[in-house]
Every structure is written in structure tokens, then in C-alpha cells.
Design a binder for this molecule. Sequence first.
Ligand code: FAD
Length: 264
Amino acid sequence: MTLTTEQRDFVTAVDGFCRREAGSRDTPHDDALYRRMAELGWLGIAVPAEYGGAGQAMLDLVLFLETTAYHQAPIGGFATSVITAASYEKFAGEDRKREVLGDFLRGEVLAVSMSEPGAGSDIGALTCKAARRDGGWVLDGQKTWCSNAHLARHILLVARTSADGGKHDGLTMFSVPAGVDGLAIHGIDTMGGREVNDLYFTGCVLPEDAVVGEVGQGWRQLMAGLNLERMILAALMLGTGRRAFDDTVSYISQRKQFGRPVGS
Ligand SMILES: Cc1cc2nc3c(=O)[nH]c(=O)nc-3n(C[C@H](O)[C@H](O)[C@H](O)COP(=O)(O)OP(=O)(O)OC[C@H]3O[C@@H](n4cnc5c(N)ncnc54)[C@H](O)[C@@H]3O)c2cc1C
């Protein structure tokens, strides 16, 4: 694929920045580095200009992700943020959209929470419940594997608002602010360090306008975000794979056994 001059210049800028500033750090997400990238306007590269972003194409976002992944830049919160931001952009009301996209552009992290202990591949089996009460909503249930919830300012939650119809009916998206009463976040230890979390909702009260999109349309809204997620994850893996290849070539050129480089 042929890149435009602007796209080549952009990759060179991100590459140079990462070489200078994103050296190996002992954390999946370095808040200071992430906020520097926010100041440079890079986090909002694909956010429409009317919401304060750069309004560039998906390809520009993919180039950014591939380059930062190549350098193993510790901005682990970016992938979930950009995926979640796209759902807010598509489905949230105007005020919520401006609030959450504005926070994202300033360097806040966003997370999305759908998986549960009994609902992974079969996400329609989710049971975390949101019930209408006193003009708002009350959440009860457990979520799991939520990436970056411990860093997030806003968590986009998928909960069951109705048991009527098929299992893909009656799901609704909610915007959950970090630190809300009735939400406990517990980290899950993994080889990658602190990245994923269990979330426990116990009588957690949200206002009526916490709904993102339409009540009962959570499944359709989730599916609409999946293609974007696939592109984002593929770009990250491409950058990581290129880096693994280059590191391997470098190692086998230097490592000597029997008097010669093992790669010879
Ligand atoms: C690092 C990490 C980050 C994550 N981040 C998030 C996040 O931010 N937000 C979020 O909501 N979720 C997140 N997840 C959860 C992720 O979406 C789920 O792990 C995924 O949907 C798979 O669900 P599961 O782990 O329950 O596996 P399962 O659904 O139990 O699947 C286990 C295995 O069984 C296979 N399988 C499933 N059904 C069948 C069948 N009928 N027949 C044969 N084989 C089958 C699957 O292919 C898989 O190999 C994350 C997971 C990981 C590991």
C-alpha cells in the first residue's frame, strides 16, 4: 500500500518520539507518556474534528498503533480507549459524547466491560442486571476480564435490562463513571502485569441518562464495534510481530557459538 507524504511524515514523527521517549518501562501503561501523546493530538487521531480530534482515517490510526506497538510503547490503555470512544461516538447522546471524547482527548483512559464468568464467547448469556428504579438504574452483578478498568475514567458497561425475548435482546450499554459507589474493582494477576480486572456491582446507582444508545439495543451496538476492534488488535499484533522478528534477527547475528553467530 502506498502512503501519502503526510502519512509517511506522521509515521516518522511517531517513530522518532517512541525511540526518544518510550524506552522500556516497567509498566503496561505510563500515564505521563500517554498524556504527552494526548498533547501531541495523537490519541484523537481518528476522532472527528467537531469533537476536537484530528479527524483522520482509520489507516492513520492503524499506522499509529503499529508503530507504537513496534516500540512497545507503554500506552496499554490506548487500545481499549479508542475502541470504547468509537462506541460513544456512534451511540451516545451529544452531551455524553462531548464529555467522554473530551476526556479521552485529554489523556483519560476508557474501558469496555461485557465479559462475565459465565459469558465469554457466548456474550449473550450475560446476567449482570440493570433495573429501573426512581428514575434511574441500579446495577447488580459481576463482570470479568475488563482491561484497564483500574485506569479508566469511564467504563462502557453492557448489562441486562430485560429477560424477555432471546438472549441477544434486552441488553443495554451504560456509561459508568470511575469511582461510583457500588462498584468494586479487583485486579487479576497475569503474565502481562496489571491489565485486567474483575468488577463487582452491588446496588450501584446510575442516572437515567447513563444509557448509551438505546435501551435493549446493546447487542446490535456491540456488534457494530467489533470490526473496528479487529482492525485495532491486528495493527497491534503486526507491530509486535515485526518487533519480535527484528529482535530475533539482531540476537542471532550477535550470539556466537562454535565461533560464529548462531544465525549464520
Ligand atoms: C487479556 C484479555 C483482555 C480482555 N479484555 C476484555 C475487556 O476489556 N472487556 C471485556 O468485556 N472482555 C475482555 N476479555 C474477555 C474476552 O472477550 C473473553 O476472554 C473472550 O470472549 C472468550 O471468553 P472466555 O474467556 O470466557 O472463553 P470461553 O468462551 O470459555 O472459551 C474457551 C475456549 O472454548 C472455545 N469454545 C467456546 N464455545 C465453544 C463451543 N460451543 N464449542 C467449541 N469450543 C468452544 C473458545 O473458542 C475458547 O478456545 C479479555 C480477555 C483477555 C484474555
